[in-house]
Design a protein around this ligand. Structure first.
Ligand SMILES: [Cu+2]
Length: 176
């Protein structure tokens, strides 16, 4: 009887020890999994929210009145080659697009109001040309224009100056 009881205690302690052991194992496994998933997350969000720094920029505009990106990152002080392509199908007269890079401190609303009535110069207001650091032509469907410019470090706004577009078609060009 006494021997049997001792054996039972011994067996129970082995059981507990092996239980503890397997718990530790599964905890170790799940913490490895956590580390792996948190390590991949920033990589994914970096791809979707932050654009790479490149001085060759391909920008598109379409019939939904949008550019394909609202953030462009370039190296400051080095020539940027930017191509805007209008990938829409609507006529230029009703859905033309351009790209105007405006100097820091430009009042975008005031600029757009003046641009809206500058139809004769493709919506580029002649008396505000000093605010424009670079610009493409006004493009109809399927057309594209490539421009080059160099900017000092800073954050600049770009817009499409076609009437009514600047509210949706605008973004930041960050030179660093
Ligand atoms: Cu536009």
């Amino acid at each position: 009887m006494r021997k049997n009881a001792m054996y039972a205690v011994f067996a129970a302690s082995i059981f507990l020890a092996s239980c503890g052991g397997s718990n530790e194992n599964s905890e170790a496994q799940s913490s490895t999994a956590d580390t792996a998933s948190s390590a991949t997350l920033p990589e994914v969000s970096a791809e979707t929210t932050s654009s790479p720094v490149s001085n060759t920029v391909e920008l598109t505009a379409d019939d939904t009145m949008k550019y394909n990106t609202t953030e462009i990152r370039v190296k400051a002080g080095e020539q940027v080659t930017l191509t805007l392509k209008n990938i829409g199908k609507m006529p230029k007269a009703s859905m033309g697009h351009n790209f105007l890079l405006l100097g820091g401190g430009t009042d975008i609303e005031a600029f757009a109001m003046k641009a809206m009535v500058a139809k004769d110069t493709d919506y580029i207001p002649a008396d505000l040309k000093s605010s424009i650091m670079a610009n493409t032509k006004l493009l109809g469907p399927g057309e594209s224009d490539t421009i080059t410019f160099t900017v000092p470090a800073g954050t600049y706004e770009y817009i499409c100056s076609f009437p009514g577009h600047y509210a949706a078609m605008r973004g930041n060009l960050i030179a660093e």
